[in-house]
Write a protein that binds this ligand. Structure first.
Ligand code: ADP
Ligand code: MG
Length: 501
């Protein structure tokens, strides 16, 4: 120690007890240290204390503690009492916090402790006041807490549903948007299986998706029905991602959901009105489809009236009437089914039959325009999960466009097949026309809502955008290829169900 001060000379007790104690270290340690005698006078102050408190040695050494610290601190920390206590009991005081403001400096927060220093007889000869400046650590902790509070309020005030799940799929947090939409309070759902809130038909898919997410950590999306507390079923679109700890292990799953009920409601209304428009366009053709069997019925009845006595003829006429009546009934049934608002997306749809039913409505009209229809429907296709009614609308919209594109007549191929042979996963449906084709600059726009090249008042420009959204809701895709003046091909891909699904 270069500058051995008077204070250190007074440190005889300490030195006597542990002569090897490196006083230099004590003096230079970056914490503040004071040593006080039984009358609570300072017998030693290290450099750090002097610097931090902006005091000269002379202002501290030999002074009572009440002269060194401002009264406020002494009051708040009870420092004098605590010091006396250490003298009396010989027990250390392990810590408290004090805020100390040296004149002209910003307040700093100290963590302090009191340690009894004993003489050879084991009596407490002095007490060491050890002060550690924790201002930075503390403000860091406060900042962290502030950020946490801020984040929590972001989650709370979000308009989207935000939930977190543990790796086993149980709800850990549930924000107020989730409560507002589904009516369940956090208390009612935390700890419960998240999947239980989903409608039965969507639950297996959700579970597969969450397991996959926990395993692979890839973002997963699902649109699914959920039960609100009041028993209403809501359609929610969810996006799940994995929360990982530093080592990369998935510790939680986070889901952000949006209530689509209202949006879907409007969409369905739009689909419905576009459907009505399509029907209006086809009304003539449909009338003709029904007129045909009616004409057969009528002529068979006339024959019966005239030659009803002939048993063979009677049999033949009755059969004709029966078949024709059935045909008319089937057409009307098909028409009604198409016109009916779409419902759930949970049917196992036979794509070929959806195509046939659509052609049943419009096929005649198309043939009238000298368009030759060639069907290449692959037998025994796997089913598709969704709504037959909506898929029929997709096909209807595509077929009507082809019909308009071939106003001079043409050849129209409708083909269904498994997308990859021996692979059950996809079904591909192609509609290839030899119509006017689509100019290059329109190709990227034909799926846009309200894009139309039809004269004002004729086209809505909604046909393909609705087809696009329906196909997307079925987990599929739709694409177009075209050569101007040669024709266009629209291809719809839909995920196929397995045998057991
Ligand atoms: N098969 C096709 N051949 C040529 N053009 C097509 C075909 N299908 C769609 N289009 C073009 O895409 C546009 C948008 O189609 P759509 O969304 O059904 O609306 P709309 O039929 O009411 O015009 C059509 O106006 C047309 O220009
Ligand atoms: Mg159209």
């Amino acid at each position: 120690m270069k500058k051995r001060s008077g204070a250190l000379r007074e440190m005889t007790i300490l030195e006597a007890r542990e002569p090897s104690l490196p006083m230099d270290i004590l003096a230079h340690i970056p914490s503040s240290i004071l040593i006080l005698d039984a009358s609570l006078r300072v017998t030693f102050a290290n450099r750090n204390f002097l610097v931090k408190s902006r005091k000269e040695e002379g202002e501290v050494l030999g002074k009572r503690i009440s002269d060194v610290f401002p009264p406020v601190i002494l009051n708040v920390t009870d420092l004098e009492d605590r010091l006396r206590n250490v003298y009396r009991t010989g027990l250390p005081f392990d810590g408290g916090e004090m805020e100390y403001r040296a004149p002209g400096l910003a307040a700093r927060v100290y963590f302090y402790s009191l340690t009894p220093l004993r003489d050879e007889d084991g009596r407490v000869a002095s007490v060491m006041l050890f002060m550690d400046d924790v201002t930075e650590k503390k403000s860091l902790g406060e900042r962290v807490r502030e950020v946490e509070r801020h984040l929590a309020s972001v989650v709370e005030s979000a308009n989207d549903l935000i939930v977190s799940l543990d790796a086993a799929g149980a709800v850990m947090t549930w924000n107020s948007a989730a409560e507002r939409v589904l009516w369940f309070t956090p208390r009612e759902v935390v700890g419960k299986q998240f999947a239980d809130l989903f409608s039965e038909s969507d639950r297996p898919h959700l579970q597969v998706l969450l397991t996959e997410l926990a395993r692979e950590g890839k973002v997963q999306e699902i649109e699914a029905g959920m039960w609100a507390k009041d028993g209403q079923e809501l359609l929610i679109s969810w996006r799940f991602s994995a929360m990982r700890e530093e080592g990369g292990r998935v510790v939680a799953l986070v889901g952000v959901g949006r209530d689509l009920t209202e949006k879907r409601h409007l969409e369905l209304q739009l689909i419905q009105s576009a459907k009505m428009a399509a029907l209006g366009e086809m009304a003539g053709g449909i009338a003709h489809e029904i007129r045909n069997p009616l004409a057969i019925t009528s002529s068979a009845a006339q024959i019966l009236l005239k030659k009803g006595a002939d048993p063979e003829l009677r049999q033949e006429c009755a059969e004709k009437i029966y078949t024709a009546a059935n045909r008319a009934a089937a057409i009307i049934e098909n028409l009604l089914r198409f016109a009916r608002p779409s419902e759930g997306m949970v049917e196992r749809v036979d794509v070929n039959s959806a195509i046939e039913d659509t052609l049943g409505l419009v096929g005649h009209q198309i043939s009238l325009q000298s368009i030759e229809i060639e069907k290449r429907l692959a037998p025994e296709l796997p089913r598709v999960r969704g709504s037959k009614n909506q898929l029929q609308q997709v096909f209807m919209n595509i077929i009507l466009n082809a019909y308009h594109a071939m106003s001079e007549g043409g050849h129209f191929i409708i083909e269904s097949q498994r997308a990859r042979p021996n692979h059950q996963a996809w079904i591909e449906i192609r509609f290839a026309d030899t119509g006017c084709g689509i100019p290059e600059e329109h190709l990227s726009r034909i799926f846009d809502p309200f894009f139309t090249t039809m004269p004002v008042g004729k086209g809505t420009g909604l046909g393909l955008s609705i087809a696009y959204s329906i196909v997307q809701q079925h987990g599929g895709s739709i694409r177009v290829e075209s050569q101007l003046g040669r024709g266009s091909t629209l291809t719809v891909n839909l995920p196929a169900l397995g045998e057991e699904e």
